[in-house]
Design a protein. Structure first.
Length: 177
């Protein structure tokens, strides 16, 4: 059985400088702990909004740490320093536009500014990378929407089998023939 390693990457100038606590990365970790019943470990980092550093960290999490999933938070808005989607695209082999489309659709039910969000998802090697927004409440809303597809996506990438607590979130896997 493959070890399940999940990268959690917070992209924030202020959190990386210690100006405030990284509540967003912690929100991802606590949400995944609720969802996933398999044993897994996190590879966690908080870095500033620097495109090259984001790219290097994503590559390290996938290529060196062998994470099957990397979830980022921050840097997905329209501000000048928001470059997480560009860094994600730069390191991915394939983009998965359905993730961003669904996250924006769900977020629009709560705030009209969701159209300003540029969440992306893509595949690097055998790993799925998902960009989430920066607010903890939005992180949960977006993960609740897209996570049911994540375990099967990782199956298709020949990654580890991720089991979930189906009382919290029910992953979708097609019935085998």
């Amino acid at each position: 059985m493959n070890e399940i390693k999940i990268g959690i990457l917070t992209v924030s100038d202020r959190a990386s400088a210690g100006v405030y606590e990284d509540l967003s990365g912690q929100a991802i970790i606590s949400t995944l702990k609720e969802y996933i019943s398999s044993d897994w470990s996190e590879v966690y980092a908080v870095i500033p909004d620097e495109k090259e550093l984001i790219e290097e960290t994503l590559k390290d999490m996938v290529d060196v740490e062998e994470c099957c999933l990397v979830v980022t938070t921050g840097g997905t808005g329209p501000a000048i320093r928001d470059v997480t989607p560009e860094a994600t695209e730069a390191v991915c082999d394939k983009m998965m536009p359905g993730f961003g489309e669904l996250m924006r659709q769900v977020s629009l039910q709560y705030v009209p500014t969701a159209i300003l969000s540029r969440q992306e998802a893509g595949i690097r090697g055998k790993a799925l990378i998902i960009n989430l927004p920066g607010k903890p409440k939005s992180i949960r809303e977006c993960l609740d929407a897209v996570f049911p597809a994540v375990p099967y996506c990782i199956d298709l990438l020949e990654g580890p089998f991720i089991e979930c607590d189906e009382t919290v979130i029910k992953p979708f896997r097609p019935k085998s023939k």
